[in-house]
Ligand binder design. Sequence first.
Ligand code: GLU
Length: 490
Amino acid sequence: MNQIKPVRVRFAPSPTGALHIGGARTALFNWLYARKNGGSFILRLEDTDSERSSQESAQGILDGLAWLGIDWDEGPDKGGLYGPYRQSQRLRLYQQYLQLLIDTDQAYYCFCSNEELNADKARAREKGENYRYSGRCRHLDKEAARQRVRSGQPAVVRLRVPQAGVTRVADLIRGEVEFDNSLMDDFIIAKSDGWPTYNFAVVVDDHLMAISHVIRAEEHLSNTPRQVLIYRAFNWDLPQFAHVSMILAPDRSKLSKRHGATSVQEFRELGYLPRALLNYLALLGWSSGTDQDIWDVNDIVPRFDFEHVSRSAAVYDIEKLTWMNGYYISQAQPEALAAEMLRSARVQGWPDQTGRDYLIEVVKLLQSRARLIPELIEAAAYFFEEIAHYDEKGVKKYFARQDIKQVLEADLEILANDSAFTLDSLEASLRSKAAQMGLKAGDLIHPLRLALTGRTSSPGIFEVVVLLGRERCLQRIKQAIKWIDDNIRV
Ligand code: GLU
């Protein structure tokens, strides 16, 4: 009878560094699959390498996932029925299961020294062959080996691997992949310090945690036949496997530091929003079958399946991600953008002077124009900081004109006298004043913009004027007139 198992998937990072975007995508695909199937998403920390693992890295990974909004149902911080969820706390379990394989002759102690193994490797190299473990300890008497271990002799544990035939891996993305057993040797499943190797721990954990689907990076496909052999040795059912393709840099090399940001934290610091990053990562490998680019992950959930996950590598394109981020900034809640902006040191004093609501009004005015949070901060600066510098091209084009003083004085007069001070009234006053002077509206607007913002481009000038408020506008126009007197008129 075919038993339908509940869907239980896991993301199993080693906390030896930051959460890489490749890892985040693996986590996302697991999450999508769990949510689509009403299953559970488990977070497990593979921290058996005590030298390379760190608490900061573990925390960084948890924080990165939480920031992205990828929530887990069981994990080191949450607990669950299948814990502990840190491998470093599961040593007794691994030892118990190792013993089972040794007792049933599926695995054996190996006492070969490094010198012996190195000599074997050198011989294989000389013959131009691939090195495989010689099997020297394969037939040692079990009791005698146990005695040696008890008396303190260092030993690793190796799995007894069938020496012929093939091991097949059914992969939900790649189809059936075949591995020749003769290419595998009796590999190590526990080190001489008693700790299991990755392949052993992962199988024990995936089995004990009742994982139904192992969705992970392609680089682990080559480990899978070894893991399958361990499942067989225990006579355990296999989970389903799905190996997700690599993410490559634009030059098709492995994505690395030299291509810029690679960790989720770095993307956050650069001003990307979690929804944009999630949307982008989902499309790096999953395809909707349509040409729609903007996807809320919650809308992907019902559509997610492995038929739509690509077998070929995904090429990473920062321009597209940045474009998407611009879209999400334009759509985001202004409050959320303000909060994200306030993480930057530059913005620290801003709301103190004007109140948080003012920052939110500024965000509303600018959010359709920025692709990244720092761009939004840059665009907002003149609402909070005095004008210390006027754009050079703007100075040449607008402040150097002969009639600049009349123009700015006309602007001053309009802003001083327009009692309603609304978008419509200001525009009407400015147009009629320009007409009176025999000028175009732009002749009054461009110098005004430069005086108020220091820049040659901004959102609609009347919106800027209203938001800055009458007093600051008048003061800035006067400051510009003085600056022109000091710097241009001699
Ligand atoms: N700790 C492994 C890694 O970070 C997990 C691999 C797996 O999912 O089996 O690559």
